[in-house]
Design a protein around this ligand. Structure first.
Ligand SMILES: [Zn+2]
Length: 147
């Protein structure tokens, strides 16, 4: 069994990188603001901090506004509009970096707690005092391997 510490180490960096990438995607999408496909049917694009789905008339003024992009800033709330000739919906992207950030903070906190416990020769899982145990011995209380 892999030590929880050995799993948390790479995971905390992976989640930190994912958080940064998702935040860049969210902020960077504010500068896109384009609809490139003029064909009918559902279109999908990232713009103004949101994922847009659109179906309707290419000459729709709402579509033209979205095409400009700069009138909206970053979408913070889901937005949708249904009309006779089509619909559009915008799903904000900000929850993605937020969720990834929460997971990242949890991994970093957990890793810091584990390091703190092992520094005082305590089991990193249950805080059992490992004094007198061999360095490679598993915890007699919970069975966790040493860190
Ligand atoms: Zn233990």
């Amino acid at each position: 069994m892999k030590s929880p510490y050995r799993i948390r180490g790479p995971a905390k960096w992976t989640w930190a990188a994912a958080t940064v990438l998702l935040a860049l995607l969210w902020i960077g999408s504010g500068r896109l603001g384009t609809w490139e496909n003029a064909a009918d049917g559902v279109e999908c694009t990232l713009a103004d901090g949101a994922l847009f789905l659109y179906r309707g008339d290419p000459s729709d003024p709402q579509r033209a506004l979205v095409r400009c992009g700069s009138n909206f800033g970053l979408y913070m709330l889901p937005t949708w509009e249904f009309e006779l000739n089509g619909w559009y919906a915008a799903c904000p992207l900000w929850p993605l970096p937020l969720i990834a950030g929460v997971v990242t903070v949890n991994f970093w906190r957990s890793d810091a707690v584990s390091r703190h416990r092992s520094r005082f020769n305590l089991c990193s899982n249950c805080t059992y005092d490992r004094a007198g145990l061999a360095a490679e011995a598993t915890c007699p209380e919970c069975g966790s391997p040493p860190v």
